[in-house]
Design a protein around this ligand. Structure first.
Ligand code: HEC
Length: 163
């Protein structure tokens, strides 16, 4: 009996702690989660950024763009609904016998549409996951820099979906 009530007390305390941690997280930047399963989404397009590009240092490699079902509707209509997720999967390139193939992942750049949570950035949350990591890496200023450029796109999206 004594042990049981101790356990109840302990779990109540743990519950309060988790609750305050959540509150604390909510006060910081809203979170963009890792886009689980994105490799099974629609492939929008691929681009290769080579040495001739001014953005080579940061963007070099093969970019594969993916869109979830909601984002596909956004490409069609020009207005991306809440729940849209877009992924820019950036891989190193490998050269062998005149053939360029995919190397390891450099990073995953993600955009999530949620007008309530990301209202200040046109309704979009921006995040970058480095290498094969699942940890969010962007600070507030970098997220603002993503939007400063992306706001020039169609509903903040640059790529287009070919029919
Ligand atoms: C200087 C402008 C610029 C900045 C800054 C920028 N992007 Fe982009 N981004 C682009 C362009 C241009 C494309 C489309 C490339 C293409 O179609 O080949 C793009 C594409 C994307 C896409 C695919 C959806 C789309 O718009 O086509 C995602 C996701 C993305 N960027 C995330 C980010 C994140 C996260 C950041 C900040 C770390 C960021 N971008 C910073 C210009 C920028």
């Amino acid at each position: 009996m004594k042990i049981m009530s101790g356990t109840v007390l302990l779990s109540a305390a743990a519950g309060t702690m988790v609750g305050s941690l959540c509150l604390w997280a909510q006060r910081g930047d809203p979170v963009v989660p890792f886009p689980d399963g994105y490799r099974r989404w629609a492939h929008v397009k691929s681009t290769v950024v080579g040495p001739g590009s001014a953005a080579f240092a940061g963007e070099r490699g093969i970019h594969h763009f993916y869109a979830n079902e909601k984002a596909l509707n956004g490409y069609r209509s020009g207005a991306f609904p809440d729940g849209s997720v877009l992924v820019d999967d950036l891989l190193e390139t490998k050269e062998s016998a005149g053939i360029t193939t995919e190397g390891p992942r450099r990073r995953l750049a993600v955009m999530v549409k949620d007008r309530q949570r990301f209202g200040e950035a046109g309704g979009w949350g921006f995040e970058v996951f480095k290498g094969d990591g699942r940890e969010a890496t962007l600070g507030t200023e970098t997220k603002a820099a993503c939007f400063a450029c992306h706001k020039n796109g169609r509903d903040s999206v640059f790529s287009e979906l070919r029919p």
